[in-house]
Design a protein around this ligand. Sequence first.
Ligand SMILES: Cc1cc2nc3c(=O)[nH]c(=O)nc-3n(C[C@H](O)[C@H](O)[C@H](O)COP(=O)(O)OP(=O)(O)OC[C@H]3O[C@@H](n4cnc5c(N)ncnc54)[C@H](O)[C@@H]3O)c2cc1C
Length: 528
Amino acid sequence: MNREADLATLRGGPALDLLVIGGGITGAGIALEAARAGARVALVEARDFASGTSSRSSKLVHGGLRYLAQGKIGLMRESVHERNALLRESAGLVRPLRFVLPVREGDKHGRRWLGVGLAIYDAVAGARSRRWLATPELMEQLPMLGPRGLQGGWSYLDAQTDDARLVLRLLAEARSLGALTVNYVAADDLTRGAGGVDGATLRDVVSGARFELRASCVINATGVWADVLRGALGRMPKLRPLRGSHMLLPGWRLPVAQAVAFFHPDDSRPVFALPWEGMTLVGTTDLDHRDGLDREPGITRAEFDYLLKALQTQFPALGLAAGDVVSTWSGVRPVVSSGHAIDPSREAREHLVIEEDGLISVTGGKLTTFRSTALQALQLAGRRVAVLKLAGAAAPVLARPAAAVLAALRGLPDEWQARWIARFGADAAGVRACALDGELASIANTATCWAELRWACRAEAVVHLDDLLLRRTRLGLLLRDGAAGILSRLAGIVQQELRWSDAQWAGEVARYGELIGRCHGVPAGPPP
Ligand SMILES: Cc1cc2nc3c(=O)[nH]c(=O)nc-3n(C[C@H](O)[C@H](O)[C@H](O)COP(=O)(O)OP(=O)(O)OC[C@H]3O[C@@H](n4cnc5c(N)ncnc54)[C@H](O)[C@@H]3O)c2cc1C
């Protein structure tokens, strides 16, 4: 991917069948399915790909057990179906994850209630994964659980992924089918013709240059920002932005081989701790987000204390404290508002696909259901774009790597081969080929190696340091202080590949350090 070349093609090219605005999971899914359906499609993203909510999720590809409690069986069925398809067709980028739900005396939901819910979950999935664990077996699996009132626990299967890499893989597939995808290009306004919206005024955020682009159909896939473009058409807002925050602890401090979900002692909301990238990911909160959407969200001290208290109550023997937290992040959910001042957690998580003055807006929903959402949006787009020949859910989500790619990886440890195929698809061969001496070595205690950084700089449209450390790789979250300890070695790779001067490197390091301190660390405030 060469951003400058793609931008030039975008500016100089003919009108498109489809312009997708927004490079999160929703836009990426739409671009892929549209390219697969034969459309001339381009996607523009105002910041970095996946830099919105789609790199800030809990990384679960899940059926949504809690939708059951809300009576949203349809949503759960769709989610389970999509989860199963992704497990089959994502070549390891979506992996099974076993959950355990410890049941304690006095819990909001007991063994029987959860058992019925899980039986329905299994029935929808078409396979039994649930199992009741008596207390001794549960304690064998999770010896650090506090014994207070423990009655046993339910175990069942869901799945997890790396959300940012999933977006990047969808975009890579879309490009391989002819789509243009360009980051740091913002849609500042919409253009209108006789039949309604017929294009957008775009701005290259890097150079500031503006240009117009025409398309038979424009799709607003800007997530929590969707009301901004809708507002340009004079439409009333529909979204209630809700913030959810997470924290990451070293796996050895909170060793969970499987996900553990439990109820928070203060308000009985579900909280979970799950293994991810060798660390333990803890989430999440659910609060009205009142800051401006253009300001990067970060965890507040109150949210931080809330999550820490959940851990301290559930795992009292571990003595977990603020200093154990390696990093934090927050995301803002694009939740379609019911219009009532209800508890945020009771707002429905369904997606919205609407057409207004020719603009199709797609928002709300989940990472898990991106493909069914994309197909629904394209059904609507089909009225304006004659060429669309939707393959529907019949086509696999991600293509299997060709034999030549597998051959290029031969000799690497099996787990690396699997990991690179999952994260890079056909580009996995490029990752290996670009590695210089010593770059096929893991960085600190992570599964990421130096060659992945070099490859990202060379071929994955990195514009800023945070693109590289927070989304192409997740090192900025997995290592303390945003991976400050690797920056001196990283400088050589980045400056060589991106031709950054010393001054540019220093400027990027300062910008990145400020972002990490403000949005990804332990928030200031007194300890609980
Ligand atoms: C805390 C939290 C946890 C979650 N956990 C899960 C989970 O475990 N599993 C799950 O399935 N779902 C989960 N979700 C939901 C899921 O993350 C979101 O539904 C999904 O990421 C939304 O994707 P999107 O592409 O619609 O929005 P985004 O990812 O936000 O993408 C929209 C993009 O549009 C861009 N944009 C905005 N305005 C413009 C413009 N004018 N021009 C160009 N580009 C523009 C933005 O920069 C942004 O990158 C979670 C959400 C949150 C907040």
